[in-house]
Structures are given as structure tokens and as C-alpha cells.
Design a binder for this molecule. Sequence first.
Ligand code: NAD
Ligand code: UGA
Length: 447
Amino acid sequence: MNIGVIGSGYVGLITAVGLAEIGHKVINQDIDSEKINKLINCELPFYEENLEKLIQKNTYINRLIFTTDIKYLVDYSDVIFIAVGTPPASDGSADLKYIYQCADDIAKNINNYKIIVIKSTVPPGTCKKIEDYLKEKIAQNNKKIEIDVVSNPEFLREGNAIYDFFYPDRIIIGTSSYKVQNVMRQIYEYFENSKVEILFTDRESSELIKYSSNAFLATKISFINELSILCENIGANIKDVSKGIGLDKRIGNKFLEAGPGYGGSCFPKDTSALYNFAVKKGVNLSIVESTIKANNNQINYAIEKIIKILSPIEGRIVNLLGLTFKPNTDDIRESPSIYIIKSLLKSDVYIKAYCPKGMPKAKKIFENEPNIVFCENIYESFVDSEGCIIVTDWEDFKNIDINLAYQLMKSCNLIDLRNIFYSNDKVKSLFNYYGLGVPANKNEVYI
Ligand code: NAD
Ligand code: UGA
């Protein structure tokens, strides 16, 4: 089957590469010519493990083509996936302008029947609206062409995207047409053969499943984050509380790790878009509202904690580890680190930052800021630091030479917002150790 994928971002590119790898002929289009030029040369436009080899292989065997030419994509494809961004508008709702741009482009270039698959995260009712919009536009162009719009949300995680493509927990397809169902079955035949559950439903339910999944996961995180504050208050240990809760199979142990608040391009925007959507429908999703509030509170709590521990913080040098919103990605969208840095800079703190993959993007945000430097290597960041702040749980941080880090610092305060060193006795013997929601371990009075 010839498949077109519009958008070469985290979702579009993975979808295009994955569909090519399971045997389809795929054309991937983006308006960003810099991105497409990189891809044509088999270079990655963003960091994602195990992606480069699959691009090389599938372009080499001619199953994957990259282009900026939308007409080429529309002519070539039986099925067109839309995987462009749906960023937050100023009122918190999902801004669908890129989706409508794609609809305009398809309407302008369409010459025969197409199935259009909305892979981007969109509010319930969007597929129907896009179908009506496309039909109207096609008619305005004096063409008589049938189309169907189907919902097929994406559940991949950045940093695990290739694994998630090949081993999804489920595939959700929203359509009421048997013809479309059959085509979608053919596209995903590989997964049906490997016994992945494919759930067919109506379009609105499919669109809502995506938002509800993200909101539920975000709620689990906010729940454990609020409890981490209570743990600090009463001297309990959030790591044990989390483990104890998670041992109940009905609850499960995933997404119960306390931290400085969830970030990324999806949980913050999708919780807010779902809440906003429901309010417009006259429904108050009070749990989602609380999840959002708790997340904002958590990041502020983390900032206050840093300021309190390093008080008086003005003029001090700190080193901050981890700029991305999670490990194994270069994505810094809505990263807690960025909020923490902005806040510390307001308090005249001098920041030495290090991150395995997040520095190029973070440098652009802080390029005119004299009080932050981006260090070439992790040890350079420790030199003369009066407090090390760990914001993202990169594996690289867990394996550092802790004796060397200790020697390089001016004052040995370690604020570990991900509790990565909580079980490390060596770290606790050397540093004034402050985890999140776990008892602190102070070896000396801070001066
Ligand atoms: P992204 O910002 O990484 O990529 C979007 C791409 O679309 C960009 O390359 C942009 O240039 C391109 N684009 C915009 N308008 C276009 C147009 N008219 N024609 C062609 N290309 C156009 O976004 P993303 O992270 O891949 O997210 C895409 C969608 O998938 C969003 O709705 C998001 O919520 C959802 N989603 C994202 C993830 C994730 O982990 N990032 C996971 C699941 C779902
Ligand atoms: C998330 C979902 O996990 C994906 O299923 C979904 O497809 C995607 O959003 C999306 O719609 O874009 P992602 O944003 O890549 O994926 O990252 P997660 O691993 O879910 O982490 C999100 C945030 O929650 C990170 O800041 C992470 O540090 C935080 N988190 C996660 C915690 O603080 N504690 C946890 O226990 C888990």
C-alpha cells in the first residue's frame, strides 16, 4: 500500500519509518526544508535511539522517501496520515491550525479517493469537522471525489519511540466505515499477526481515548508528587510509599515516581486541552483540573526547596544536571529544568548546566543570558559549585565518579529531584543529600 505521512516530527517520522519497516511504501513530507534535507541525507533532525539505522535501511531499499512537495505526497498515496503538531492556544485549547493547513493542501491536490488518518492528538469531534471541511473544499474546487477521515491516535513515548511503534500496548482506530476498517486492518496486519489488540471504535471515542490516557497518566504522577510533599512533612519515604502502592496489581507500579512535575510536549498541553474542551461542553473535569494545579504546584515546590536549601542563594554558583523533560530525548519542551533555571536566574544565581542531549536547544533559549554556562562535560559543571541540582534522571548521571565530583565542588550540597542517588550510601556519606519526598541526609551545616 502507498502511504503518505505529513509531518516529520517525533510522531510523523517514527510513523513513516515504522510503516516502511513493516513493508509499506511510504512518502514523508514536511514544510521544514532543513528537516527534510537532513532526512534525505539520512541524518536525524532530532535525537531518538535506534532511528537512524531504520531510516538508512528503508531509504536504501526505496521504501521510504522524504519530500517537501505536498502534491507529490497526495498524488502518490492511497492513505494519508496527518501527524503535525497541535500546540496549545493561548486559552489552553488545542490549536488546530496546522491540521487545517494539511486539509487545505490535500483538498487542493486531491484527484482520487483517499483515506485520511488523523494521528495528531485532537479534541473529540475534530475528525468529523475535518471530513466536512475537506468535502466542502473539494466541492468548491469543482471536484467529485470521495474521502474518509479516520482517527488513529499515537501513544509512543519519546526516547522509547521505536520500541513503542513495534510493541504497542494497543492500536486504536476510530471509524464507522467497514471499508475503512478493512484498509486500516491491512495497514496494521503486521501487528494483528503479533497479537496486538486492535480496538475499533467511533471517531469521538478514539479521540477521547488519547486525551484520557495522557490525563490518567498525568494524574498518577500528580498524585504521587503531592504525596511526596506530605512525606517530607511527616518524615516518611515516597520511594517506599510508591513501591507499596504499586505492589497492588490493580494500581500497578508504573508512573509513580515522584519528581519536579511532569513536562514534555504532551502531558501539559493535553491535560489543559482536555479540561478546556470539557468546560466548553459544560462538563467540569475536576480531577484533570486538580492534576494540572498539582503539577504547577510541584514545580514551584521544587524551586522553593532549592532556594531554601541553598539559602541565601543570591550570588551562589550551582550546577544543574538534565535540561530535557525526561532522559533519552533532546526535547526540552515544557521541561521542569527550564522553569527552574528561569527562576534561579531571577535570584542572581550563577548556573553551570549540563545535559547529554538537551544543550543545543536550551542554548537557544538562554543565548542572551550571561549567568548561565553550558559545560562541555559533566565534571566541568561541578567545578566550584555550591549545590548540584539533578532535574532529569539520565542514566549517565548515575554512573559518574562521585569522589571526583565531590572534590571539584566548593560546597557538597546535592539536591536530587529524581532520587537517583537515594540508595547510594557513598553519595550519602560524602554529600549533604536532599532527595524529594525522602529523608534528607545532612553531614555538615551549610555555610
Ligand atoms: P513536532 O513538533 O515534533 O512535529 C510536527 C511537524 O509537523 C514539524 O516538523 C512541522 O514542521 C510539521 N508541520 C507543521 N505544519 C505542517 C504542514 N502544514 N505540512 C507539513 N508539515 C507540517 O510534533 P510531534 O511531537 O511529532 O507531535 C505531533 C502530534 O502528535 C501532536 O498532536 C502531538 O500531541 C501528538 N503526539 C506526540 C507524541 C510525542 O511523543 N511527541 C506522542 C503521541 C502523540
Ligand atoms: C507521554 C506518554 O507516556 C505517551 O504514551 C504519549 O504518547 C505521549 O506522552 C504523547 O502523547 O506525546 P512522553 O511525553 O514522551 O510520553 O514522556 P513520559 O515518559 O510519559 O514522561 C512525561 C513526563 O512525566 C516526564 O517529564 C517524566 O519525567 C514525568 N514522569 C513520568 C514522572 O515525573 N514520573 C513518572 O513516574 C513518570
